[in-house]
Design a protein around this ligand. Sequence first.
Ligand code: FAD
Length: 350
Amino acid sequence: MSRLLTNVAEMIPRMQERAGALDRDSAFPTLEIDQLRRAGALSSPLPVSGSGNVDELAQLLILTGQGNLSVGRILEAHINARHLMARYDAAAIRDDDRLYALWVTDPPSNGLTMRRFGNRIALSGGKQFCSGAGHATGALVTAQDEHGNTRMLVLPLGIGEHVTQLPSPLQGMRAAVTGAVDFTGCETSTDAILGDPGDYLREPDFSGGAWRGSAVALGGLIALIEHAVAQLRQSGRLDSPHTQSRLGQAIIARETGRLWVHHAARIAEDNSEDAGHRVATVGLARIAVEAACLDAMRLIQRSLGLSAFRQGNPIELICRDLSTYLRQPAPDEVLTEAATWFADHPEPTL
Ligand SMILES: Cc1cc2nc3c(=O)[nH]c(=O)nc-3n(C[C@H](O)[C@H](O)[C@H](O)COP(=O)(O)OP(=O)(O)OC[C@H]3O[C@@H](n4cnc5c(N)ncnc54)[C@H](O)[C@@H]3O)c2cc1C
């Protein structure tokens, strides 16, 4: 195991210990992010290439999710933002200490727009579901330009943006501090523009990066099973064949998720693979990990009964965080498009 992974693995018990208080207070995990920064997790070289480096990035995200899903989400967004910067402008990936957010979801009205004047850009409107709002120090955002094109901007934060809570807070992932950010009245330089019109939606990067969220979710599933085994053992219920059978099914789900995450990561980050194949593989992996997590939560809640729903039990928090985090965009479309792609491109037989 690399030094980075060893350091992050050592952080897990403390991350798990602090997760309950951070959730209760909807508090940003400053300590955890500082520790990840010191370990080098925020500055890993991107985009990754070579199966060893890809596996290491996958394992970094899994371990972080195992410690605290909200911390994993913040790290995932930072890596996604830096991946896009590196992908579309190597010079944009600065060796700075910033924690980057990736804010691309527009509210139903008054989404983010940009207007150029000289070498300046005036921003108006905002973004919703912004993880790390008020805490991230840089953000990659999408904004609609004067011609109706979607552009990417890399913004320093603290330029006068206005952060508010969501009108109704999320049930889980509270320590990811997901809010709304209004940039109306903010200005930036045209140097903030990343890539060309339409680059944000360009495949395979647009959909292919979703494997990183699945890796974090898998970390949550690993922690969930660990806690479940400990609690079942302590209550003397691990000897029941019913409990053992449910645990076996949950472990199958976890290992299925693990296989999918590593497989999808390697395909997604391999530039020699066909773009459609990369996107479809990540799509199937996303749905497979979602199903694995949902199945395991049902099985573990059934085995533990009401204690799995008691506040203060880490299992209650992981299930609440996972249930929320798994709600990623357009799952039906992702599955049907992947199915169509594989129907048209059957795997070659050896
Ligand atoms: C913890 C957390 C943190 C987040 N942080 C960020 C962030 O930092 N930045 C950011 O930009 N976003 C963030 N998001 C938002 C995220 O990017 C998505 O916008 C959000 O997760 C979409 O979830 P949804 O269930 O509403 O998706 P939807 O796509 O609305 O899916 C809900 C259901 O509707 C179905 N559906 C979708 N479209 C249609 C249609 N046209 N017709 C019929 N059915 C349809 C889907 O298949 C699914 O069954 C975050 C989300 C979470 C959970």
